[in-house]
Design a protein. Sequence first.
Length: 294
Amino acid sequence: MRILISGTSGLIGSAVAAQLESQGHGITRLVRRAPGLGQVRWDPDVGMIEAAQLEGFDGVVHLASMSWARRWTSGFKMQIRHNRLRTNSLLAEALAACTRRPRVLVCASGQGAYGSSGDQILTEDSPVGTDFLATLQRDGEAATAPASAAGIRVAHLRIPTVLGGPDLAAMAKNVRRIGNGQQWFSWIARDEMPGVVHHVLVTDAVSGPVNAASPNPVRYADLVAASARVLGRKPGAPVPAFLLRLALGEMADALILASRRLEPSKLLASGYRFHLPDLEGALRHELASASTSA
């Protein structure tokens, strides 16, 4: 397949591009800088994309996103929203205008489409939430409507916390119980993501929202315990919810204290089999992988 991928310098995109390339697929990277060989330039901030270079791809994988890792002021939330809507709509409109359109567009979305839901199991049929994060994900997914209207199959990967990469060891060392630790923690291993993306690219039955999460979510306290076992060390002191809210504001409730228990119903129903389905095994694999590549 000829595949165009955005976000290839990021945690997920770098892994996806490398594995698809190793499988013999032709990979072209969508980049913001001056393009080199095998690259196409775009600048969503000014609405620019090299539209003529988008012809003839079999599939497009859109994984580019700005970092959200800071306190969410009103101004920063506006930046996040503009970034998501601009990138999604620019790419969807450009692909829809192609003469030789791709068959499929796979877009990164997020588990934040669902509100905090306690012990409720969240499938792709569960209702979307109403807070800032849910509205962001909902509207970001809707921004790809031009591609759908042009006959392109569109799938939105609702991705939870991704475990892997060079920062995983530091994260695992610092993990500690947050709040009461009973909130559900949905996750996926970084090295699982290329398989998920490839499955969605080649499986015509998969479209719309797709929970790209391990079938085995855990409570946050279990994440802490698993990290302690893998690293052979005691977890840090618990962090009360009120302190986290003081430090991070709205982001604390939306991303860390929220309880989301995702079930990857569409992936399982369409025949996908997870390679790293269990938390402790996934942590061991990803930590070993990170140390090998360091």
